[in-house]
Structures are given as structure tokens and as C-alpha cells.
Ligand binder design. Sequence first.
Ligand code: FES
Length: 104
Amino acid sequence: MNEERYPIDLGPSSLYASLPAEITVEGSPYWLVRDPEGEYRLLMAVCPHAGGDVRPHEDIFYCPLHFWTFHGKTGGCLSDPGHRLAYRKVAVNNERLYASAELH
Ligand code: FES
């Protein structure tokens, strides 16, 4: 049974025609992306190495502090596969996006 809760209303999906889209959720910065299966996902824009501001560049994300790079759809770390960007799952209901309360 999926007990994930999706209480954070991100608004209509039409707001996010261009991805990645920068979004603040509960005071933290995220990038909204779609993973390879077409599911939306919120990737936290804070580097797991030492807290740098993660930003998009072409098809990936990178951190300007020590140049770790991250997969542009999943947030998996390309520099050190033992790490990844934290993320929230996103559900679509009646063409609106809702972010999970849980941070993975
Ligand atoms: S803080 Fe991001 S690579 Fe070091």
C-alpha cells in the first residue's frame, strides 16, 4: 500500500511548460523535472556534497562549488554514484501537480 501523501499544491501543470522549473517548497529551493518514465519529480537544488546551489546546464545539473554533476532527470550524482539530489515525488490530479510531503 502506497502511504505517500501529496498535500503540496504546485498549481496547474500548464505553468510548467518549460522544464526544469525553479520552485520553492516549504522554504527550500527545488527544480521540477520529468524523469525518464515521464513522471514529474522535484529535485532539491542543494548539493549533497557541501550545500552548494545546484543549477541546470544543458541536460544536467551542476554545483559550482566543486563541480559535481547530476543527472538532469533523476538527480543521480554523475561525479560520485553514491550520492544523489534529495527529491519529492509529484502526482498529477485533474491537471494540477501535487508534491509529496516526504523528502526522499
Ligand atoms: S558543494 Fe557541491 S560539489 Fe561541493
